[in-house]
Design a protein around this ligand. Structure first.
Ligand SMILES: [Zn+2]
Length: 50
């Protein structure tokens, strides 16, 4: 287990789109697809501010 620079617990996952190994700051629920940063940017809703 590792932490990011904000001290959040990181979980190692495989991106559902490109298959690249990445880490996310939340616990994967096993139902929703997990994306790496690149794919997340492609999938995130245009209306979001984050
Ligand atoms: Zn990806």
């Amino acid at each position: 287990m590792s932490e990011d620079k904000f001290g959040r617990e990181m979980h190692k996952v495989t991106c559902s789109e490109c298959g690249k190994e990445t880490e996310v700051p939340f616990k994967p629920d096993g139902e929703r697809p997990i994306y790496c940063r690149d794919c997340y940017m492609k999938h995130k809703k245009p209306s979001g501010n984050y």
